[in-house]
Design a protein around this ligand. Structure first.
Ligand code: PLP
Length: 660
């Protein structure tokens, strides 16, 4: 698709530049005192044929740096002082020589370097100094520079018309609207009838509409994100989803995002902050999913952002060792004492797949036990369902998984120790490990029955199998040392993900030293990854972990408990069941209690779908499937919790009443 043009009118103070893929951005920068604006093409033409640029003040440097010229611009740049140099270099310009304190020094330098066609960029006040210095040094005044200070360059109607071309227009401030109207009422009127426009803020939008500008796109906030909403392909969620379906299977990169279980189409997120998501349709949602776990402190956390920004300055991936991976590994081990050694990977799926291979390699046994309804990522061995009647042979739950692979996955029932015993009896001496979500969240939140996890531990010990706790969801979520710490169960190996990457792709598996030492390069069991221990992801994870203090878990428990109390009070006597541990919870459309996969399977899915859609309408983003837990974050307020409880109770009640 050819680039489309967006002309952005913005004030000199607005240093940000919108970044819209597929759009060519032309900035028309307005001066500080409603001076004549500069069009970017105009500045470019000023630079043509020059042999150097002298920048004589930080303010001028700031102005110049905002002209979007730097990538194309290769002239030597001289600056008059260190402050000016700093402003330029912060904006990615390579300012050569800080020469001293003013225009005179800059001119002296110019003479030394024998440049004849400089461009001076400076505030008007500086112009006098420069002229004087030039005169003193005998420079020919006819060859004097163009002063690119704002008030000196005229911008005519035709300049503006040429800038706009047949592009769209964005106004970032009310002053920008007034400026354009005052500059050229006739042009303003012509543009208003023929161009769609975006307004970054409500005030700007209002002025535009008062002035007869008819086609104003979404006005979602006073920043460039709103432009993305307005011009991010100029598409709303429906249009984006249609476009996505042409190149992405089902339009999504992970099936749960398709909302198929709840009979809806997905929305597209434009940005997220704290407990809120903002969609490209301009809707704000309270987010109860938190990227499926990582956002335990809410979105857009400044500590994580800063860590990633700092990391970016030194590089995004090395494929070689770096400090952040060591620090994060130490932190994971420190907080989970049963993890004596850890290996970092990039996704939960990779962590569980690798841990399973390690368990098989370590024990020399082929089979393992997994529980119906627990999810451990999408590696072949886990995509297995219980065989009919018999517990001993699983069968593929997805085409592409071979029966040979599936036969070594033995399916048992969560919260049913007898089924696990039967699994061991059915494959004597062949079970390498039990793989379990200690607190399942992937069939809705199901608390382990008292003694169940202890029973698994004992069975593993008796049969020489390993106990692997999959804490991808629960790790650092239900407590500082996950479910293992909360429930006092010591695994041989554990898997982690979600939170430990701070929202970037990172996961881990770790545990007993004698087992972990069997991994390559120490041992023979192979495991590797190009992006494993990625420095940015490690930095993000570390920053997040550092913020996870005991006080955070206390607050999460407090919010969760309040929610539970309110919801339980509201659903009494209804065929609904609310289950929660810490900041994970599920409202089941079932009498309850929900203890096994069979209970989950008996839930009223259709009613859940109606419930989801109603909740979405009221501004809550809950899991688009009955079989998923939702998450409270510390960014949620008491008021959010109360609103959620109220809406949950009323939407669930309505959903039960309706059919279809
Ligand atoms: N294990 C558990 C318990 C999970 O909840 C998930 C994902 O939700 C995974 C493993 C797989 O993680 P990923 O989606 O990062 O591959």
């Amino acid at each position: 698709m050819p680039d489309r043009t967006l002309v952005v009118f913005r004030s000199a103070q607005t240093a940000e530049k919108p970044d819209l893929p597929g759009w060519k951005i032309l900035s028309v920068v307005l001066g500080e005192q409603r001076e004549i604006p500069q069009a970017a093409h105009r500045i470019a033409s000023l630079l043509e044929g020059r042999d150097c640029v002298i920048v004589t003040s930080p303010r001028a440097a700031g102005w110049l740096a905002r002209q979007d010229l730097s990538p194309a611009f290769r002239l030597p740049v001289f600056v008059a002082g260190p402050a000016t140099a700093t402003v330029l270099s912060e904006n990615g310009w390579d300012a050569r020589i800080p020469t001293g304190t003013g225009g005179a020094e800059a001119v002296a330098l110019l003479v030394d370097q024998d440049f004849s066609r400089p461009l001076f960029v400076g505030a008007q006040e500086t112009a006098g100094t420069v002229e004087e210095a030039c005169r003193r040094r005998g420079l020919d005044l006819d060859h004097l520079p163009v002063y690119a200070t704002l008030p000196r360059v005229d911008l005519t109607d035709s300049d503006i018309a040429a800038s706009v071309g047949d592009g769209h227009i964005a106004f970032l401030a009310p002053t920008a609207v007034r400026f354009l109207r005052d500059l050229s009422p006739a042009l303003f009127a012509t543009l208003s009838v023929s161009r769609p426009a975006a307004a970054a803020g409500l005030a700007t939008r209002q002025i535009l509409s008062e002035l007869g500008w008819l086609d104003i796109r979404l006005s979602t906030g006073p920043d460039f994100r709103s432009l993305t909403a307005s011009f991010g392909g100029t598409m709303n969620s429906k249009e984006l989803f249609e476009r996505a379906q042409k190149v992405i299977p089902g339009g999504v990169h992970s099936p749960v995002r398709a909302f198929r279980n709840v009979g809806a189409d997905p929305f597209y997120v434009e940005s997220a902050s704290g407990s809120r998501l903002r969609t490209v349709d301009g809707k704000e949602l309270v987010d109860w999913i938190g990227s499926w776990g990582p956002m335990i402190l809410g979105h857009n956390l400044s500590s994580v952002n800063d860590a990633v920004r700092r990391g970016l300055e030194t590089g995004s991936s090395f494929g070689a060792c770096s400090l952040p991976e060591v620090l994060l590994s130490e932190e994971i081990c420190r907080r989970n004492p049963w993890v004596e050694m850890v290996r970092l990977v990039s996704s939960g799926t990779e962590a569980t797949m690798s841990a399973l291979r390690l368990a098989r390699g370590y024990t020399g046994r082929p089979a393992f036990v997994k529980f119906r309804g627990c999810y451990h990522g999408h590696a072949d061995s886990f995509l297995v369902a219980a065989g009919s009647g018999a517990l001993t042979h699983g069968h593929p739950s997805s085409p592409g998984v071979t029966p040979d692979t599936a036969k070594d996955t033995v399916i048992a029932e969560f919260n049913d120790l007898d089924s696990v015993k039967a699994a061991f009896d059915g494959r004597p001496g062949e079970i390498a490990c039990i793989f379990v979500e200690p607190i399942p969240g992937n069939m809705g939140l199901i608390p382990p029955a008292p003694g169940f996890l202890e029973g698994l531990r004992a069975l593993c010990d008796r049969h020489g199998a390993l106990l692997i706790l999959d804490e991808v969801m629960t790790g650092f979520r239900v407590g500082p040392s996950g479910a293992a710490g909360l429930l006092n169960i010591k695994p041989d190996l554990a898997t982690y993900g979600k939170i430990i990457g701070g929202g970037l792709p990172l996961a881990a598996f770790g545990g007993r030293r004698d087992i972990m030492e069997k991994l390559s390069p120490l041992g023979p069991i192979y495991q590797a990854g190009t992006l494993s221990g990625n420095p940015l992801a490690c930095a993000a994870g570390l920053a997040l972990l550092h913020e996870l203090t005991p006080a955070v878990y206390e607050r999460l428990e407090e919010l969760g408990a309040r929610l539970e109390k309110l919801v339980l009070g509201g659903i009494e006597g209804k065929p609904l069941c609310f289950q929660r541990i810490g900041s994970m919870a599920t409202l089941f459309f079932h009498d309850g209690p929900v203890r096994t996969y069979a209970d989950v399977a008996a839930c009223d899915n259709a009613a859940y779908g109606r419930f989801f859609r109603k909740m979405l309408e009221r501004g809550h983003f809950l899991p688009p499937a009955q079989f998923e837990a939702f998450f409270v974050s510390s960014a949620h307020s008491q008021a959010d919790i109360e609103r959620l409880a109220d809406d949950m109770v009323s939407c669930a009640t309505e959903s039960l009443r309706e059919v279809g």
